[in-house]
Design a protein around this ligand. Structure first.
Ligand SMILES: Nc1ncnc2c1ncn2[C@@H]1O[C@H](COP(=O)(O)OP(=O)(O)OP(=O)(O)O)[C@@H](O)[C@H]1O
Ligand SMILES: [Mg+2]
Length: 402
């Protein structure tokens, strides 16, 4: 009598297969086990993919995250949120319904200290991807003294802790792209190694190229191992002030001006288009690879005050925390914050100027307050900001009677 077990699924007998697993009267062969296992694996992969898609924050959520760190720039935030959302959707589905989705790198255009670098950095935080900043002015065409364009990729790789897969999905911010504008044709003698040459170099990596990048350290001529870096999925955000393309709304003194016949509302609508960028000296091929333009506006006094007090790590919150550690309540009069904002506008460096000004006001107090006995609170007044010889208001704890 043939006692050989047969697989309850495919019916093959033991001698036909490598292994048979049995439990009482049922049996399963190794081939059916591996088939089931591969079905299961495919399902897990599919679940992971759908999960990732669900995790991808929607544009509205991206904007509400940005709102926590960046004041104003509403339009730029929207443009960026959509671009970021599309970028990571495209990474998941480079081709969808036979439509090839093209990469949309971003150009941030706006005055100094208006939040360009901060915005780009915040984007990488939302997506939890590595981030690297490069300065276009430090770059030179390959083969010349200075950093070559590929060195930006080394920096991103380092930010990803040398995880190449992760680095290839990161974000690179290239600052001061306006400073590598092509010099006017009549003035260039020979090659333009720091202008057009660099733009040509950037073209390649912005579009998507494979570049050998050293795995550790970036010293040239050393025999370090290299890795092939594919830039297809790297999101490039370029930033520049493009002085002259967008009219300023402040004079050096912080007064709003009409700029001849340009009214404030006209300036609000002033949109920089690709033609204007070509005129500025950015080569058309490069502009073609940075199709998303987000324009940042010069910050107003009210926005500067908001920057001082509202973001999660706002400057005054930081000083208040430091004083609280010494048991002192630090307060700022609204007028004092306005005075700080006015001084920053006067410097013409945007919100970047706020820190220096507030540090200057706070330094003598940070020096003297910790040793003031029974100091309960310290209130910074407008007068104390405007005149360094004026003291803020102090209150002291009542000494308990014995
Ligand atoms: N809109 C903003 N909201 C909150 N903070 C801001 C904003 N803009 C600027 N800041 C503050 O000013 C600092 C400098 O801003 P940032 O580096 O983003 O300026 P930028 O636009 O990149 O200027 P630059 O053209 O000089 O590089 C930031 O670190 C941040 O503290
Ligand atoms: Mg910057």
């Amino acid at each position: 009598m043939n006692q050989e077990k047969s697989c309850s699924f495919c019916g093959r007998i033991q001698s036909e297969v490598k292994k048979m697993f049995s439990s009482q009267s049922t049996h399963i062969c190794n081939e059916c086990v591996s088939m089931c296992s591969s079905i299961l694996q495919k399902e897990v992969k599919y679940e992971q993919r759908t999960q990732m898609h669900e995790q991808l924050p929607k544009p509205e959520k991206i904007v509400s995250f940005l709102d926590k760190h960046i004041i104003g720039q509403e339009n730029a935030k929207k443009v960026l949120a959509v671009a970021l959302y599309n970028h990571y959707k495209r990474i998941e589905n480079p081709v969808y319904n036979n439509v090839e989705l093209e990469k949309s790198n971003i150009l941030l255009l706006g005055p100094t200290g208006s939040g360009k670098t901060l915005l780009a950095k915040s984007l990488s935080k939302i997506m939890n991807v590595p981030f690297a900043v490069a300065d276009a002015t430090a770059l030179t065409e390959a083969g010349y003294v200075g950093e070559d364009v590929e060195s930006i990729l080394s920096r991103l790789l380092a930010a990803a802790n040398y995880d190449i897969e992760l680095a290839q999905k990161g974000i690179i911010y290239i600052d001061e792209i306006d400073k590598i504008a092509r010099k006017s044709e009549s003035s260039t003698m020979g090659r333009d190694v720091s202008g057009e040459g660099v733009q040509q170099g950037l073209l390649k990596i912005l579009e998507g190229a494979e570049v050998y990048v050293p795995l550790k350290g970036s010293r040239k001529n050393s025999t370090t191992e290299t890795v092939l870096f594919n830039t297809t999925h790297v999101l490039f955000v370029c930033g520049g002030a493009f002085v002259g393309l967008v009219p300023d709304i402040h004079t050096k003194k912080g007064n709003k001006v009409g700029l001849g016949s340009v009214t404030k509302s006209q300036m609000k609508e002033h949109k920089v288009d690709q033609k204007a960028l070509v005129h500025y000296g950015i080569i058309p091929e490069l502009i073609g690879r940075i199709p998303v333009i987000a324009q940042l506006r010069e910050l107003t006094k009210e926005q500067m005050v908001q920057i001082l007090k509202e973001p999660d790590n706002a400057l005054i919150k930081q000083f208040q925390a430091l004083f609280e550690m010494d048991g002192i309540a630090l307060k700022f009069e609204d007028k004092a914050l306005e005075a700080i904002a006015e001084q920053a506008i006067e410097k013409g460096v945007g919100a970047r100027g706020l820190r220096g000004i507030i540090e200057e006001v706070m330094l003598p107090l940070q020096f003297s307050c910790p040793s003031k006995e029974n100091l309960e609170s310290c209130t910074i007044t407008q007068a104390a900001v405007k005149d360094s010889t004026k003291e803020p208001l102090f209150t002291y704890k009542q000494e308990k009677e014995a």
